[in-house]
Design a protein around this ligand. Structure first.
Ligand SMILES: NC(=O)c1ccc[n+]([C@@H]2O[C@H](COP(=O)([O-])OP(=O)(O)OC[C@H]3O[C@@H](n4cnc5c(N)ncnc54)[C@H](O)[C@@H]3O)[C@@H](O)[C@H]2O)c1
Length: 371
């Protein structure tokens, strides 16, 4: 089992991120062994309950009583109404300030359960057990919780570090391939921005090989989590490093918004966004062409591309400026100077960005014009 220690001194918080295969039972039993409270609260969703019906009975220690809340599945359920359902459930079962919540599921469950845990009685402990690749390398670490509002995604949220994060790659065996690829986007992103060796061990492999090779997955997830953990820690000291995690997200967010969050998964949009950001870096002579080509070949191999109508400029200009990386001086755009080295560029204007996007599409890379 691999272990990452998160050390957030300003928040006076330290916690472990455990990573391995088949580890969830051992970790939970160890974590809860000295736990005096009789009841733990598992928050999950209907998909996970169907796939892992034994979780409660077999994976939690015998001395604890378990109350399970199974929420409906789906991003559209990451809202205040469901938070209220969680509060009602905790109150009904007499949760108190010493209670422990276990968030078992993907990023949606992790975000909503984390949010409820951080606000219920001004904060109770929450163990994150992420079950998608995206949540294992991204949302399960860093302490951001959040829910959606009718007018925008993740508009309401808190920072609440978990008691522990338990990452068991065996959960990924049941993940649909499309979700695996979407999570892989965030995993390989950490290689592009900070860990050339991580990309090195992934680039020779086909996605199916990676999905089915348990040891490789553990190593890759571990290295990816290390990058996120160190960036989050450094950012606590206001180095603004967290911005580099947005590599691929400027164009990615536009594509998601343009398609109404329906046609592309977040990670699929980020795959296209990363290819664009690497291409932009090469076109501006920050990145060697051969390195861009290596990145492009790898991302193209994931099988994600998207057609756009030629008259897209007006939509691009209006939607892109809602991006949180935009202010009056322009965009903060994350590019690469080498594989494994990200750099933040400030003050990129909407016009400059549009001209680059238009040229990128004309070159028929991962976006194409359809008419
Ligand atoms: N807090 C953060 O820092 C952070 C970072 C990135 C993303 N997010 C949030 O995470 C969410 C996306 O997370 P996600 O991609 O995990 O989506 P998700 O939680 O919706 O999971 C995707 C689908 O996979 C299913 N699933 C989960 N685990 C499974 C398994 N082991 N086998 C089979 N199916 C499984 C889920 O039920 C769901 O249908 C978004 O709401 C996003 O805003 C948060």
């Amino acid at each position: 089992m691999k272990n990452i220690q998160m050390d957030l001194s300003r928040q006076n918080v330290r916690y472990a991120v455990k990573i391995g295969g088949g580890i969830v039972k051992t970790c939970l039993r160890e974590l809860l062994s000295g736990y005096a409270q009789k009841t733990v609260f598992v928050i999950t969703n209907t998909t996970i309950v169907d796939l892992y019906p034994d979780f409660v009975r077999e994976w939690l220690p015998d001395h604890v009583e378990v109350r399970t809340l199974s929420l409906p599945d789906g991003e559209e359920k990451k809202n205040l109404a469901q938070v209220s359902v969680i509060y009602d459930f905790l109150i009904e079962h007499k949760a108190n300030r010493k209670s422990v919540i276990i968030a078992l599921g993907g990023g949606v469950v992790g975000d909503i359960a984390g949010f409820a845990a951080s606000t219920f009685m001004r904060g109770v402990a929450c163990v994150q057990v992420p079950t998608t690749l995206l949540s294992q390398v991204d949302s399960g670490i860093g302490g951001k919780t959040g829910i959606n509002h009718g007018s925008g995604k993740n508009l309401i949220g808190t920072f609440k570090q978990p008691l522990q994060t338990i990452i068991d790659v065996d959960f990924l065996g049941t993940l649909p391939e499309r979700e695996f690829i979407a999570g892989y986007a965030e995993l390989v992103k950490h290689g592009f921005i900070r860990d050339a060796y991580l990309f090195q061990i992934l680039r020779q492999k086909k996605i199916d090989t990676i999905k089915n090779d348990r040891e490789l997955l553990i190593e890759a997830v571990f290295r990816s989590c290390e990058v996120k953990a160190r960036v989050v820690e450094a950012d606590e000291h206001e180095s603004n490093q967290r911005a580099i995690l947005n590599f691929g997200h400027t164009l990615g967010h536009f594509l998601e918004a343009y398609t109404g969050y329906q046609r592309l998964l977040h990670g699929e949009a980020v795959i296209i966004g990363m290819d664009f950001a690497a291409w932009w870096s090469f076109r501006h002579e920050y990145l060697e062409e051969s390195e861009y080509q290596t990145i492009h070949d790898h991302l193209k191999g994931l099988g994600v591309s998207f057609p756009l109508p030629r008259r897209i400029e007006a939509d691009f200009r209006s939607l892109i400026e809602y991006d949180k990386k935009y202010d009056d001086s322009g965009f903060r755009f994350v590019g690469l100077t080498a594989i494994g080295q990200a750099r933040v560029f400030e003050g990129i204007t909407t016009t400059a960005l549009w001209e680059a996007v238009d040229r990128y599409i004309r070159e028929n890379r991962l976006l194409q014009y359809i008419d």
